[in-house]
Design a protein around this ligand. Structure first.
Ligand SMILES: Nc1nc2c(ncn2[C@@H]2O[C@H](COP(=O)(O)OP(=O)(O)OP(=O)(O)O)[C@@H](O)[C@H]2O)c(=O)[nH]1
Length: 374
């Protein structure tokens, strides 16, 4: 390993030796607080590895640095020719867009050419190449356009070097070194380009996940609404049907009973007609509350339409359901002594089972029988 590469390796080994927490320049894991080198995990060892992969030696780097005076003399010419060639492509001219941008790009390109022959290919150099990838991604320069620029520049530099270096063997060595260094640079540019693309995709994915979660919550709320009666907040007919089907299936599996209380307000039409619709609503809400308070959390209190209510009681025999119906009726009459409710009960299981509609019909019939008996 040459002297400069050995120095880089020593400093990498030194920083790897110190625990992360004790390293003064160690940044917290916040993305924005990290340098590009840190974000892309490029340390001294990585720089050396990349150079080794391209067989780019210190001798070659020194050879490039030795060409600095030649390049410095021809710098203005190279930059001018470079933009002449690049802006001949419509899409590149369009991308550059205006004179100010062109002036900024000229300055950046001048610095890059100087860097190529400055002899220092450490941290600052690599950081500069990574930044180019980042900027190209941000302003939307596609890799094919970047490669076109890299090719144009290499051609111009080779042309100038070929003109200035008389010794053919030295010229070939310099051109080979230049080729390797520019490949080293391009790999860094592409790494940042791809890395930036990936993090943009990652953040888009996160945004989509957040959006999907919000949608899921919203659809849960909507489907809850679809099963609820807005006046009493009890299950509506749809919610009742779903719950009854589910509970009958579960009871058949468990070989248990399901009972149903069916009830309505006696002469509700009269209440509406005499005291008004608002009073009718108040009575319905009160009955809904009385039902909800009288049953267990595993029961389903439902308003199936108009003044008709029902309670599904899983794991309950009809006599338990009778007790609940009485409790509801008492709670209702305590609120409205002048009004009354009628209730009917039916049960099914644990061996033989009625269908949903048979059970509903049986409870409804029992309710009408009770109504007639008053
Ligand atoms: N206030 C109010 N009335 C409703 C609502 N939904 C239905 N109704 C009314 O409830 C009444 C139900 O009347 P019926 O089915 O004849 O019941 P009823 O008068 O109690 O008769 P019986 O059951 O035989 O005692 C109808 O007048 C409907 O217009 C509601 O949400 N609010």
């Amino acid at each position: 390993m040459t002297q400069r590469l050995a120095e880089i390796a020593r400093s990498a080994a030194y920083s790897a030796h110190i625990p992360a927490a004790d390293r003064p320049d160690e940044e917290p894991a916040v993305h924005i607080a990290k340098t590009l080198l840190e974000q892309f995990n490029i340390n001294e060892m990585e720089i050396i590895r990349r150079m080794e992969l391209l067989d780019l030696t210190q001798r070659e780097l020194d050879l490039l640095a030795a060409q600095q005076p030649v390049i410095e003399r021809k710098l203005a010419y190279i930059v001018a020719r470079f933009y002449e060639k690049q802006t001949a492509f419509d899409e590149i001219a369009l991308l550059i867009g205006d004179a100010d941008t062109l002036a900024r790009l000229r300055a950046a390109q001048t610095r890059y050419i100087q860097d190529l022959f400055a002899g220092d290919y450490g941290h600052a150099y690599v950081n500069g190449r990574l930044r180019i990838g980042l900027v190209h991604k941000r302003i939307g320069v596609e890799p094919k356009l970047f490669l076109s620029a890299a090719c144009t520049l290499k051609y111009l530099l080779s042309e100038v070097l070929a003109h200035e270096i008389e010794d053919r063997s030295t010229l070939l060595d310099v051109l080979r070194a230049l080729d390797k260094l520019m490949n080293f640079d391009n790999a860094l540019v592409f790494d940042t380009y791809i890395g930036t693309l990936l993090s943009a995709m990652e953040s888009a994915k996160k945004r989509i996940e957040t959006y999907a979660h919000a949608l899921e919550q919203k659809s849960k709320i909507l489907s809850t609404h679809a099963e609820r009666d807005p006046l009493t907040e009890l299950y509506n007919k749809r919610g009742m049907t779903m719950a009854l089907t589910r509970e009958l299936n579960a009871a058949q599996r468990r070989k248990s009973q399901v009972s149903l209380v069916y009830m309505d307000v006696n002469k509700f039409k009269f209440i509406n007609d005499t005291f008004g619709h608002a009073k009718g609503d108040e009575v319905l809400r009160a009955l809904g509350e009385a039902i909800a308070k009288s049953c267990r959390s595993t029961d389903f209190a439902c308003r199936v339409g108009g003044d008709e209510f029902c309670v599904i009681l899983p794991d309950a025999a009809p006599d338990v359901a009778e007790g609940i119906a009485e409790k509801i009726a008492e709670a209702f009459t305590a609120l409205f002594p002048e009004f009354s409710v009628a209730a009917g009960v039916a049960g099914t299981g644990p061996e033989q089972f009625m269908t949903e509609s048979e059970l509903l019909e049986a409870a409804d019939k029992a309710m009408y029988a009770a109504k007639r008996a008053v």
